[in-house]
Design a binder for this molecule. Structure first.
Ligand code: GLA
Length: 384
């Protein structure tokens, strides 16, 4: 009888995790910006690589443009816990995670790390199931600032919402402000209550057709976007060679108009001038980071792949606009003030890639847009 009682008590305590119902989170008032190892390097990561990426983030001007989190995705850890703790692979991360965090912090950057709600990660490394409290405390002790929490190899009979909730509570209880990135490959209602950001889609690939799919899926959840609550259509592929520079620029503009997290996924040590220009366009980044936190949506479409997206900004007189050509031919696209909720009449237009005021336009603005390309502007009305 006594044994039974102890069993149930222990089991109950284990599954209540941190014994707290504190789910508040406001650690990402604007969409997180940074870099993640997965898209380019997969499991081929090491302490040396990550330090070089951090160095490049500073020397290339990425840090000055706003990028701050450097995130180790899957494969930093061993397949088996060591004395009950997640452990960095000693061959690839011989200095341990704390030393890496110190290195990043000394540069004014932040460390992100990856774990999984299951017993194992997607790459069969040790996961956090049933060790949420231990892991959250270790992350906090090491100086981790961001946790991406994946959805592979869930324990039998475990509940997805409860698993994510437990980790959020444990992170909150750790006493360190840690951004929680829910990675469960599609939107569910519980996510905005638990994550600072959550994946609305399956994994990205470095392919144009996939970008278009992710934009369409992510758009369905636009109303859930607000400060510290971000829809995440997955990371950037800009500079990874599977698409053209025009297409990469489109991904960057579309992610920005959608207030998506801007997590670069390319090799920052070897970037073309165009890739760097795309990733560090301050005027576009400012649209992404606007404190109002609204996700832009489609306001006009010709029904055949010529689209206009609009994002409200904290200044109600100003709208950010993306003219988006999905077709295989270049074409003009027009945005009408009325479609954006602005009054007809005169408004000023600024091109965010030419970095130039284009002048005053009456009722609408029209521009040629290349195939798979975008034109991004700001429209300032004097009589909204
Ligand atoms: C899942 C995630 C990816 C990446 C891999 C790592 O597929 O969605 O973003 O983290 O796992 O194994």
């Amino acid at each position: 009888m006594k044994n039974k009682f102890i069993f149930f008590l222990t089991f109950g305590l284990l599954l209540t995790g941190c014994g707290s119902s504190d789910l508040n989170h406001n650690f990402a008032p604007t969409p997180p910006m940074g870099w993640n190892s997965w898209n380019k390097f997969g499991c081929g990561i090491s302490d040396q690589l990550i330090r070089q990426i951090a160095d490049a983030m500073v020397t290339t001007g990425m840090k000055d443009a706003g990028y701050q989190y450097v995130t180790l995705d899957d494969c930093w850890q061993l397949p088996v816990r060591q004395n009950g703790h997640l452990a960095a692979n000693p061959e690839t991360f011989p200095n341990g995670i704390k030393s890496l965090a110190d290195y990043l912090h000394a540069k004014g950057l932040k460390l992100g790390i990856y774990s999984d709600r299951g017993r194992f990660t997607c790459e069969k490394k040790a996961g956090s199931y049933n060790y949420e409290n231990t892991d959250a405390r270790d992350f906090a002790d090491w100086g981790v600032d961001f946790v991406k929490y994946d959805n592979c190899n869930a324990a039998a009979f475990s509940d997805q919402t409860e698993d994510y909730k437990r980790m959020r509570e444990c992170l909150n209880n750790s006493g360190r402000p840690i951004v929680f990135s829910v990675c469960a490959w599609g939107f569910q209602d519980w996510m905005p209550g638990i994550g600072d950001l959550w994946r609305t889609t399956g994994d990205i690939t470095d392919k144009w057709s996939r970008i278009v799919e992710l934009v369409d899926t992510n758009e369905q959840y636009a109303s859930y976007s607000s400060p510290s609550h971000w829809n995440d259509p997955d990371m950037l592929e800009v500079g990874n060679d599977g698409m053209t520079d025009v297409e990469y620029r489109s991904q960057f503009n579309l992610w920005s108009i959608m207030a998506a997290p801007l997590i670069a996924g390319n090799d920052l040590r070897h970037m073309s001038k165009t890739t760097l220009e795309t990733l560090t366009n301050k005027e576009v980044i400012d649209v992404d980071q606007d404190p109002l936190g609204q996700q832009g949506t489609q306001v006009e479409s010709n029904g055949h792949g010529l689209l206009v997206y609009m994002k409200n900004l904290s200044d109600a007189n100003v709208k950010a606009v993306v003219l988006f050509n999905r077709t295989d031919w270049g074409s003009p696209i027009t945005v009408h003030w009325k479609a954006m909720g602005l009054a007809d009449g005169k408004a000023n237009v600024r091109d965010l890639w030419l970095h130039k005021d284009l002048g005053e336009f009456n009722n609408s603005f029209k521009s040629y847009v290349p195939s798979h390309g975008v034109v991004m502007i700001k429209v300032t009305s004097s009589n909204p």
